[in-house]
Design a protein around this ligand. Structure first.
Ligand SMILES: Cc1ncc(COP(=O)(O)O)c(C=O)c1O
Length: 384
């Protein structure tokens, strides 16, 4: 039985699969089981920012695996201590502590609980087209009906406002609102960056009613948008920030960064794996690599290069290109699935974001020549 048959036979599939078995990666490239090379603009869905098989991350994982893999939060640990200090040192100034977990959805769950605990209020306001994960709390803040409805009843107290409409948000939040939860760039919802001024207005609306602002930077964090965190584009500081995906160079990890507004959390939340030394060692190596290699600047440059190149030969089927750093959405005037398949035939892997948007989240180590190759293959795929 080959890998595809085995996964189909033994797996409980939750994703529609592509006919491709990936077995190896290096930088921005991956290879299938037949030795064919692809440029990887899926990047583990925005995870592989420091590149596949990053040598510094691989070294850190191997060394930590020989030293201590697991250490629950009931004990102190040297690697965890180092990572917590590092995270706080790179965070926006008001965020002074971090909680470590294992995924984006877990980070969102924790942030929702922390906000309810801190305010004593039930209400959570999130955005239409927003995505925050598949667990029950995170799903309650996620907009797509087809993701939510089969699992009703979800958690009570959640409501949605149009993303970008500050007036509507101001009219929605009140003294029962624990938090407003937003992505600075909506990822799954079609790669839609917050307009200038919007997050400031949201911050002010939260302050007016005493609600917390939670920014979900699971996808936008760690240099993806050309800054360490996307909120830096806006100069807005959240009360809680959710992190995941690229944080640990591909090893599963999530985090919530918080300010001083939280009450004591002991006994109120927990996680067996969260903050394990293996993931912490990987995260430390990944973050050091991001800093040493100036990946934020690189993402900004390479993203601008992509936009510049594609704009010169924009195919008629493209309605809009939205881009912040290397978080790129190419909205088509038609469904994107056939183009994604033609891209794969041409050697480029990409994602959908909704039914008409092609989403590109390449490793931030992608070279200029590789960016040009992605543009050429995309233009060719859209010309056919
Ligand atoms: C903004 C955002 N939040 C949360 C999640 C959920 O993360 P995970 O799949 O690690 O649970 C995602 C995943 O795509 C995301 O993009």
């Amino acid at each position: 039985m080959n890998s595809r048959e085995a996964e189909r036979t033994w797996g409980l599939e939750v994703y529609p699969k592509r006919e491709l078995t990936l077995v190896r990666g290096s930088g921005a490239e991956v290879w299938d089981d037949r030795g064919r090379r692809y440029l990887d603009c899926v990047g583990g869905i925005g995870v592989a920012s420091v590149g596949h098989a990053n040598p510094a991350v691989a070294r850190a994982i191997a060394e930590q695996a020989r030293t201590l893999v697991t250490c629950p939060g009931i004990f102190y640990n040297d690697r965890r201590a180092e990572l917590l200090e590092k995270l706080v040192s790179i965070a926006p100034p008001g965020l002074t502590r971090a909680f470590l977990c294992n995924s984006g959805a877990e980070a969102v769950e924790a942030a929702l609980k922390f906000a309810r605990l801190a305010t004593g209020r039930p209400g959570i306001v999130s955005a239409m087209r927003g995505f925050h994960g598949r667990t029950m709390g995170a799903l309650s803040a996620t907009f797509r009906k087809d993701y939510r409805e089969p699992f009703a009843p979800l958690v009570p107290g959640f409501s949605f406002v149009p993303f970008g409409d500050a007036d509507k948000l101001r009219r929605t939040v009140d003294d029962q609102t624990a938090a407003v939860l937003l992505e600075p760039v909506q990822g799954e919802g079609g790669v839609r960056p917050a307009k200038p001024g919007y997050l400031h207005a949201v911050r002010a609306a939260c302050d007016e009613v005493g609600a917390m602002l939670i920014l979900d930077e699971s996808q936008t964090g760690f240099c993806r948008t050309g800054r360490m965190f996307a909120c830096e584009h806006h100069g807005v500081e959240p009360d809680l920030m959710c992190l995941a995906k690229a944080i640990a160079g591909g090893v599963p990890m999530g985090a919530v960064l918080a300010g001083d507004r939280l009450p004591p959390l002991i006994g109120k939340h927990g996680t067996t794996f969260g903050g394990n030394p293996l993931a912490c060692a990987a995260a430390l190596a990944a973050i050091r690599f991001m800093e040493d290699e100036r990946l934020a600047e690189r993402a900004e440059e390479r993203g601008a290069r992509f936009r510049d190149r594609i704009s010169r030969k924009l195919p008629a089927r493209v309605r809009a290109v939205r881009q912040l750093g290397l978080m790129i959405g190419v909205e088509l005037r038609e469904r994107c699935r056939p183009t994604l398949e033609r891209l794969m035939e041409g050697g480029v892997l990409a994602l959908p974001a909704g039914s008409t948007v092609i989403r590109l989240l390449p490793p931030l180590v992608i070279t200029e020549a590789q960016v040009d190759e992605v543009v050429d293959v995309l233009v060719a795929a859209l010309a056919r």
